[in-house]
Design a protein around this ligand. Structure first.
Ligand code: SF4
Length: 831
């Protein structure tokens, strides 16, 4: 492919989500293509300088450079030498990376609540109030009075500082992140199967697989650049077969039909029944590697018993999927040489999330299909730095995948941090977010610090969360870029620096670590989250047992160096990395003396970190969440073998009834990220998806007398929203709503359009991830709309009827460039 074969300028990437194709055949290196966007009117020569980073608008972690002009961030370009994206960027990265930074509504000064209103103040006053409340509660009630709820969007150094502050400084087990809503199941599924968190597969598996199974993962919208990589394989020689498990007819589902695969659209809440059926088919047809399983896995006979009742006909009856489609999907998995599986929220945000996700791992283990190119499992993340939250322990786990139930692991941290071992909470499992908010509701947590996340919009059952945050029973501190819906309810608001305004590292789904250097100064008095945590620790006088300051680091690089020591010898070993090396591009961990270049995929030796002394968890019963004890784990004697674990399907908590006859699911659109803090301030993206909507199937719409664009009221037992209807391609009997929309860009505080008004406070028993996919609801037509819904016409939200296409993104450029050698790419090395 030469430069001239691709359009190079004025590309509307709102209309063209994945850009031009650069087909490649099985086993070849994905060709490079460089995408770029500068503010309107600017040319390359206008840019003062470029600063290395990676995109933080999804979990893909595309390497990029930030364009700086006159002290402002004015655009981005993909890094051609980056192993993640080979130069590409998607619509969110191109349009959404920089405009928010100069938005006039940035927080620039701290705020405190006075007589019910938030008023601006100085840092001394704001932090003084935080410290005063914190000290009083510690004195009166001890560390269990404190809770920390963070994000999937801080930097590694900030999570690590927060983890040390909370565990070694205060001694509270009440720490979690919004990663509980997005990626908790990914971590737990890997722990249950392989003994530890840590992504087994690699993005390079896309380049050499023969089939790709996407389970509850609309990659085409949630990770557009990764989907480009899949599309380029589909358009090349030896294309992979795609199998899609999703109740919506997504672009992934269409690709499944195009490639001779199959689209399975199970009724929401029935994923586990389907997966049990697929496992049974493998076992019944002998599509397993008995020798490999005997040598490298445990639990085959128990699994056989669990899945045996799930015949294709039984699966068809439970899931509403044709039995022959189940057979076909199993045949593809069972008879294809190299299969890549990816899993995301369609599985994770469900009531049997861990069991269903572990079943995906089981399929790979049954075929011995792990640890070689093309045969990977990617238990995906939703957010750019969710992986670091999990690694560092800001989600309550112990840092570097240590086991809170293993005294030796706890002692290692006590030694590293120079604190008494009793100071580190390890007497019980860490508190998960759903429980943390319950404690804040009751008031046993009287001090809740929320950083870089917006639970007033993103947590389930919004009315309840607003009450928790706005009540007198709990003092709430929020640090963020903007006065979000959550910040509006806080007692103290601290202005934070964002991406490009501070330095730090982060790790994507693929275990690839990127360094993001500071490109510009933060606005006004905003400070990095690391500086804010350090200020609090200093003001609180948090010290180690020698009286030395606990967070004594001078800047993020020193934190990174400390973190490296914390990871030494652990599965996520960072000791071979330095800021200097990372400036050359992303490197996947483990990166140590043994693996100086990093590691493309794990478990190439088929030895898993399941030794009792090594594992991150002793495991759980997948049906109940009941824990396995250390003695029980030792007695099992896994010793490097993976676990095959199964569980029977049970119905979801809430099912359709005569009163609420439909099933309501929430999810994402390609143009927005999270609660639109950044993407909602990017004109191209906001215009593409300006308002919320609900998607109905054509048969349901007709039955309810609803036409495209009508205003409808959607009600569940917990609340209601009024939005416009999109008559589209959701499964009949179901309703889909994007979860991004709160009230910050409305004139008045409006809560009638927020998807989570309807969702419920229930969670998966093992990963504790809340369910967003199965709330019963009803839909009532309110009035005719003044035209079609403003929902996007692209991707999974496209309408049944013909409508003007969504377009209007500002000009971007895209050029093919020579493909460099990617050091760890198996295809590149083979050439
Ligand atoms: S795929 Fe994700 S990381 Fe890559 S440019 Fe798009 S939003 Fe950013």
């Amino acid at each position: 492919m030469t430069r001239s074969e691709l359009p190079s300028a004025d590309l509307d990437r709102v209309a063209d989500l994945w850009g031009a194709r650069t087909p490649h055949s099985k086993g070849s290196v994905w060709p490079a293509r460089q995408d770029l966007r500068l503010e309107d009117g600017l040319q390359i020569d206008d840019v003062d300088h470029w600063v290395g980073s990676a995109c933080v608008l999804c979990s893909n972690g595309c390497g990029c450079d930030i364009a700086v002009k006159d002290g402002r961030m004015v655009g981005v370009r993909g890094r051609v030498d980056d192993p993640v994206n080979h130069g590409r960027l998607g619509p969110k990265g191109l349009y959404g990376s920089t405009p928010w930074a100069s938005s006039p509504d940035r927080l620039t000064r701290p705020m405190v609540r006075v007589a019910g209103r938030l008023v601006e103040t100085d840092w001394e006053t704001a932090m003084g109030r935080v410290v005063e409340v914190s000290r009083r509660l510690l004195e009166e009630k001890g560390p269990l009075s404190h809770g920390f709820y963070t994000s999937g969007q801080l930097f590694l150094e900030e999570y690590y500082a927060l983890a040390v502050l909370g565990k070694a400084g205060l001694g509270t087990p009440h720490m979690d992140g919004n990663t509980r809503l997005c990626t908790a199941t990914a971590a737990v599924a890997m722990k249950e199967s392989f003994g530890s968190d840590g992504q087994p597969g690699s993005y390079t598996d896309i380049d050499s697989c023969d089939a790709i199974f996407l389970y509850g993962h609309n990659m085409a919208e949630t990770q557009t650049v990764l989907w480009s990589r899949v599309l380029d394989r589909i358009e090349g020689e030896d294309p992979p077969i795609v199998v899609c498990v999703d109740p919506r007819r997504t672009p992934v589902a269409e690709a499944a039909e195009r490639t001779g695969g199959v689209h399975l659209a199970p009724y929401p809440g029935t994923n586990l029944a389907l997966l049990n059926g697929l496992q049974r088919e493998l076992l019944q047809n002998g599509w397993i590697d008995e020798e490999w399983v005997a040598a490298h896995a445990l639990g085959l006979e128990e699994l056989r018993k669990v899945v045996d009742p799930y015949t294709p006909e039984k699966v068809a009856q439970i899931c509403g999927v044709e039995a022959d489609r189940v057979r076909r999907a199993a045949e593809v998995f069972g008879t294809t040489r190299d299969v890549l599986s990816t899993v995301l929220q369609g599985f994770y945000q469900s009531h049997q999330a861990t069991a269903a996700s572990v079943a995906v791992n089981n399929l790979h283990l049954l075929r011995g299909m792990i640890g070689r190119p093309g045969a990977g499992v990617l238990q995906m993340n939703g957010q750019p730095t969710a992986q670091n939250n999990r690694e560092c322990g800001a989600d309550g786990d112990l840092p570097a995948f240590r086991n809170w139930g293993n005294p030796e692991h706890v002692q290692q941290l006590a030694t590293l941090w120079n604190v008494e071992v009793q100071q580190i909470p390890h007497w019980a499992p860490p508190t998960h977010a759903m429980q943390l908010f319950r404690y804040a509701e009751q008031g046993s947590i009287g001090f809740l610090w929320i950083s870089a996340t917006n639970p007033a919009v993103s947590m389930p059952e919004s009315a309840r969360i607003r009450k928790v945050l706005g009540g007198e029973q709990c003092f709430v501190v929020v640090q963020d870029l903007f006065l979000t819906e959550t910040a509006q309810l806080a007692d103290v608001v601290l202005p934070a620096a964002g991406w490009g305004e501070k330095t730090g590292t982060f790790t994507n789904v693929n275990r690839t670590v990127h360094l993001s250097d500071q490109a510009v100064a933060p606005p006004g008095e905003a400070r990095s989250d690391l500086e804010i945590f350090q200020l609090y620790a200093r003001e609180m006088g948090l010290t180690d047992k020698d009286g030395e300051p606990l967070l004594q680091w001078d800047g993020p690089e020193e934190v990174f160096e400390a973190w490296k020591e914390c990871t030494r010898g652990r599965p996520c070993d960072y000791t071979g990395l330095t800021y200097q090396r990372l400036r050359e591009g992303g490197i996947p961990w483990p990166a140590s003396e043994q693996h100086p270049e990093g590691t493309d995929r794990l478990y190439t030796d088929h030895v898993f970190p399941t030794h009792t002394e090594q594992c991150e968890t002793y495991g759980h019963d997948l049906a109940t969440g009941g824990g396995v004890t250390e003695q029980e784990h030792r007695a099992i004697g896994a010793n490097g073998r993976a676990f095959l674990k199964g569980s029977p399907y049970v119905p979801a908590h809430e099912r359709p009834s005569p009163e609420f006859p439909l099933l309501y699911s929430t999810g994402r659109t390609v143009y927005q990220f999270h609660t639109r803090t950044k993407t909602g301030r990017a004109r191209s993206l906001q215009q593409a998806a300006p308002d919320p909507w609900v998607e109905l199937s054509a048969p349901d719409a007709e039955r309810l007398g609803i036409s495209e664009g009508d205003v409808v009221r959607v009600e569940s037992p917990r609340g209601a929203i009024e939005v416009r209807a999109r008559v589209g391609f959701v499964r009949e009997g179901t309703v889909f709503a994007p979860f991004h929309y709160g009230s910050w860009d409305r004139d008045a505080l409006s809560t009638t359009r927020q998807a989570n008004e309807l969702t419920m406070t229930v969670w998966d028993p093992v990963s504790k991830q809340p369910c967003f996919k199965t709330a019963a609801c009803r839909v009532i037509r309110v009035r005719a709309g003044d035209g079609p819904s403003t929902a996007p016409t692209t991707a999974a939200s496209r309408p049944v009827g013909a409508l003007s296409p969504t377009r209007g993104g500002a000009a971007t450029t895209s050029v093919t460039v020579p493909t460099p050698t990617y050091r760890l790419d198996p295809a590149g090395r083979a050439r």
